[in-house]
Design a protein around this ligand. Structure first.
Ligand code: HEM
Length: 359
């Protein structure tokens, strides 16, 4: 993993084979690298630049200033384009830069897929099925555009939606889990041993990740539904048709009725054989509009934790207690920077632990 070489580079310059990192900054770089490849099939992030990467800086500005929501709105609702486009072009410089980036990427993809089509018509059908299994989000969207099913604006809207939905969420979830692992050395040791035996297939890793998503749900209230007719819930509450109902994750995930001693980080709650009401643990939502990226997010989290624990012992620097606040885009973030000391295991043991499998 590129991230490990980046940290190792920093550790090589240190006197005590360790380095203190602002975890969220680095998680953003890793996750952005994955999501840009997934959404756009391009390798733009130079991880060696860490949090100084230009695309990363641009995207961070887009998210922080809400430029992305305006840009997304324009792509998703082309009829407001004439009113809002000047805003993106002249008032939101990040929106303009991002628009240019997106257009170049899509143009390149259209050209590439057209060329592939010509080639595959000249070759056997087995080549075609190999291409489909490697398809990224952008490939699917461009193919649908070339087949006349969607417009260019819908390609932009969906690519940006994938980016927005997958970027902040997964970087925050990985920041929370690294904080929890650093905070609980006993859990960290048990997890490292299980990872040594089972790699990303570790059952204990699954338990730690679930407990992390329970205690620190990333989304604050991003589960909204609107009934198409009046309904009575639980025999008591009448919800009028077309009203908007949101689900407060923290209220349910931290409710002692469902989760005894709710603020304690205890992965054993999710040990095999333990049961819980499915609607009391919904970090990725539920039902028809459940998060489409949850498998990718879990794979990313597993890989990040596995690679880090294989190479480093984590010591918590700040904060000693996790306080969260709601940030833009419906997400919750630590109210203080999460700083963790990464201590090289190679310098203690001679070589990093082996991972028995990867996802
Ligand atoms: C830890 C990481 C993540 C968390 C906690 C998370 C959480 C959520 C939640 C709670 C929802 C609302 C679901 C509902 O209304 O029932 C959602 C929707 C969505 N997520 Fe995620 N997500 C994560 C990662 C990702 C990734 C990596 C992607 C894309 C690659 C993604 C794409 C989406 C999309 C497109 C939607 C809207 C789905 C729809 O409305 O049909 N998410 N996510």
């Amino acid at each position: 993993m590129k991230f490990v070489s980046l940290i190792n580079g920093k550790i090589a310059k240190s006197k005590d084979a360790s380095v203190v990192l602002n975890v969220f900054d680095y998680m953003q770089v890793i996750v952005l690298d994955v999501i840009v490849k997934t959404a756009f099939d391009i390798d733009v992030i130079d991880v060696s630049k860490g949090d100084k990467d230009e695309t990363l800086l641009l995207l961070n500005k887009l998210m922080a200033n809400n430029d992305a929501s305006v840009t997304h709105f324009i792509y998703a609702l082309p009829f407001v384009k004439h009113i809002l486009n000047p805003l993106v072009n002249y008032v939101l410089p990040n929106g303009r830069k991002f628009d240019a980036f997106l257009r170049q990427t899509v143009e390149r993809k259209i050209k590439e897929i057209k060329e592939q089509k010509v080639q595959s018509s000249q070759h056997s059908s087995s080549g075609e099925s190999r291409r489909v299994s490697n398809e990224k989000v952008i490939d699917i969207l461009v193919r649908k555009y070339l087949e006349g099913e969607i417009t260019l604006d819908l390609i932009y809207a969906n690519s940006l939606a994938t980016l927005i939905a997958g970027y902040d969420t997964t970087s925050l979830a990985s920041t929370y889990v690294l904080w929890a692992i650093a905070k609980h050395p006993g859990i960290q040791e048990k997890l490292r041993i299980d990872i040594q035996l089972h790699g990303t297939e570790s059952e204990y890793l699954e338990m730690v990740l679930k407990e992390n998503l329970r205690l620190f749900p990333v989304t604050a209230n991003f589960l909204m539904r609107s009934p198409s007719e009046d309904i009575i819930v639980g025999g008591r509450y009448k919800i009028l048709k077309h009203s908007i109902v949101t689900y407060n994750y923290a209220d349910v995930h931290h409710n002692a009725e469902y989760w005894p001693d709710p603020m304690r980080f205890d992965p054993e709650r999710f040990a095999p054989g333990k049961t819980y009401d499915k609607m009391t643990f919904v970090p990725f939502g539920a039902g028809h509009r459940v998060c489409i990226g949850y498998r990718l997010a879990i794979k990313e989290l597993k890989l990040i934790v596995t690679h880090i624990l294989r190479n480093y012992r984590l010591e918590l620097v700040t904060p000693q207690q996790m306080e969260r606040k709601v940030k833009s885009y419906f997400n919750s973030q630590p109210s203080e920077s999460v700083k963790v000391r990464f201590c090289s295991l190679a310098s203690q043991n001679g070589s990093p632990l082996k991972i028995s499998s990867t996802v």
